[in-house]
Ligand binder design. Structure first.
Ligand SMILES: [Zn+2]
Length: 411
């Protein structure tokens, strides 16, 4: 025990809490603009940005510009939930290949669930719905998604042939809104969020030495962070709007950094006095503390509040690290979907929820061009030399841009 403590104290603990680079890493590689907003809101203490540009290892994201013109916000929590499924990816820890997100339109507070198969979407929605409705004492009014089979069901000559998800919404009196095939920008909130999350995940993994299958842990961490940084035109962070509580970020640490953790030992019925060497991989969902990956321990994933972190740059991955976390594209071409006009619900029922306003129609919504599924590809391969990020929102904000170059933007 003595020895191990000695080892701990020998290692250098990063001291400079004012380093913008450190906080950029702790915050999942978000942009300078968003960090500055956190400072302005008083959530983060003032930082020294002189070292900001030196973050070169994080350069594994992608900028996709999808300006959403004239989008309006709902006026309360749970009035409108955006959802989207992303994947498949190479299986992460636990064998998950997909994830589904539910984003509250008003607060932009998001939940994420990992899936083995897309068909688990409904099960996860039920869990989400039960929790948030109970906790907020509010009801979900509208759910907006694309027309993926898992949400919509099947389309036939007689119209929608609703699948289990659509039927469940109907039973609950929740109005489904479906975006038109081939116009993912209509579901921009959920799709952009999912892209942003995976951009963060790539940056975080790239910056670490951890195996790629931990992307699922990085993903949950990225959502945890995004819920705690300012969002488009909202004066507060999603967390503050959603929970109505004050936010502090003092507990954040650099994802993947080395740590010495004390863990609970059931045999001695208390915290084991010995520490184990591990990597920090996230924040537990229900308790205060941290999650760690301990490759040499019998239990590879542990959670504890007692740990010392080593956020030194020396633990980070190599600059040339290649990561392969792209959505796997199935090149199946499904039959041409005819132009089927606006979904009936969109026009009929929205009046019943007047405070959920519709986005004004875009020109491209009325296209009569038949679209094939294969054209709906959301991501394309990423070139290696792009620089990026997290402009899920900032491009719309007139908040100024990061000092970065955009190698490509979508459409
Ligand atoms: Zn970075």
């Amino acid at each position: 025990m003595q020895d191990e403590v000695a080892i701990v104290s020998k290692k250098r603990k990063r001291k400079d809490e004012n380093s913008s680079k450190l906080w950029h890493e702790r915050l999942g590689h978000i942009s300078r603009v968003r960090m500055e907003r956190l400072i302005k809101e008083g959530i983060l203490h003032p930082l020294d940005f002189s070292d900001f540009d030196t973050c070169v290892k994080c350069i594994k994201g992608k900028f996709v510009k999808t300006n959403k013109k004239g989008a309006t916000r709902s006026t309360g929590r749970l009035e409108l939930i955006h959802t989207d499924i992303s994947g498949p990816y190479t299986p992460g820890l636990g064998g998950h290949k997909y994830f589904i997100t539910f984003i509250d339109d008003y607060s932009r507070y998001g939940y994420i669930y990992l899936l083995h198969e897309k068909s688990e979407a409904l099960e996860m929605f039920k869990i989400y719905k039960a929790e948030v409705e109970k906790q907020l004492e509010l009801n979900i009014k509208v759910v907006r998604s694309d027309r993926g089979g898992e949400y919509y069901g099947k389309f036939s000559e007689s119209g929608q042939n609703p699948g289990p998800f659509a039927l469940f919404l109907r039973e609950c009196g929740i109005v489904p809104q479906y975006t038109m095939p081939g116009t993912p920008q209509q579901n921009g909130v959920a799709e952009r969020r999912n892209r942003t999350l995976m951009d963060m995940v790539r940056s975080m993994i790239c910056h670490s030495t951890l195996p790629e299958f931990l992307w699922v842990e990085a993903l949950k961490t990225a959502m945890h962070i995004l819920n705690r940084v300012p969002s488009k035109s909202v004066p507060k962070t999603p967390y503050e709007i959603w929970t109505k509580r004050k936010l502090s970020l003092g507990y954040l640490h650099v994802w993947g950094c080395l740590a010495e953790a004390k863990i609970y030992n059931p045999h001695i019925k208390k915290l084991d006095p010995k520490t184990i060497t591990c990597h920090f991989i996230g924040y537990p969902e229900r308790t205060k503390g941290f999650r760690f990956y301990c490759p040499s321990h019998t239990t590879r994933i542990v959670e504890t509040r007692n740990a010392v972190f080593f956020e030194d740059a020396e633990v980070s991955g190599s600059t040339s690290r290649k990561i392969n976390l792209e959505e796997i594209q199935d090149n199946v071409t499904i039959p041409i979907i005819p132009d089927i006009g606006a979904p009936e619900n969109e026009n009929q029922n929205i009046g019943a929820h007047e405070n959920v306003r519709q986005d004004p129609p875009h020109d491209d919504e009325n296209t009569n061009e038949p679209l094939r599924r294969s054209e709906r590809v959301r991501r394309s391969a990423i070139s290696d030399d792009y620089i990026v990020y997290l402009d899920e929102i900032e491009s719309n904000l007139g908040m100024g841009h990061d000092p970065i170059s955009y190698k490509r933007s979508c459409r």
